[in-house]
Design a protein around this ligand. Structure first.
Ligand code: RTP
Ligand code: MG
Length: 152
């Protein structure tokens, strides 16, 4: 268990266009994760290919990078107890059809491509790699949330 673990979570272009970004932020805040970095941005082709490098040999790679660069995203770093695994639980399964109601993808996802949110997976080093790819160290903010004594 890790108290102050960090994860990279991102509202994808479909989530931004459909006005769900605020709800995603609310859910993560209410769960007790702490926002330490956020950037509303347009992902370049180069960044998309680096971000999804693990999928570069898959048949869906081109569609995936086209989609993630198709409009602005809200890239974020969240911190908290077991933040990586908690983020994945709150996102739900990759395919919204399989995602449980109550998860972000289960409640809002349209299909396998338009599944609203990206989150670092639990593989060792994934979150650190993605945080470094999207954020400089000085873009992450160190502060205490007022309810922090309840969270840890
Ligand atoms: P993400 O990386 O976006 O958070 O999603 P994930 O970990 O749940 O799923 P991953 O296996 O990493 O796949 C990345 C994204 O690629 C799309 N995908 N398409 N056509 C297909 O078979 C297929 N499989 C995956 C999904 O949009 C998934 O979010
Ligand atoms: Mg993934």
């Amino acid at each position: 268990m890790s108290d102050h673990e960090r994860t990279f979570l991102m509202v994808k272009p479909d989530g931004v266009q459909r006005g769900i970004a605020g709800d995603v932020v609310s859910r993560l805040e209410e769960r007790g994760l702490k926002l330490v970095g956020a950037k509303f941005m347009q992902i370049s082709q180069d960044l998309a290919e680096q971000h999804y490098a693990e999928h570069e040999d898959k048949p869906f790679f081109e569609g995936l990078t086209d989609f993630i660069t198709s409009g602005p995203v809200l890239a974020m770093v969240w911190e908290g107890q077991d933040a990586v695994a908690q983020g994945r639980r709150m996102m739900g399964a990759t395919d919204p059809l399989d995602a449980a109601p109550g998860t972000i993808r289960g409640d809002y996802g349209l299909d396998l491509g338009r599944n609203v949110i990206h989150g670092s997976d639990t593989e060792e080093g994934s979150a650190e790699r993605e945080i470094d790819l999207f954020f400089d160290d000085d873009e992450l903010v160190d502060y205490e949330r007022v309810d922090e004594s309840w969270l840890y």
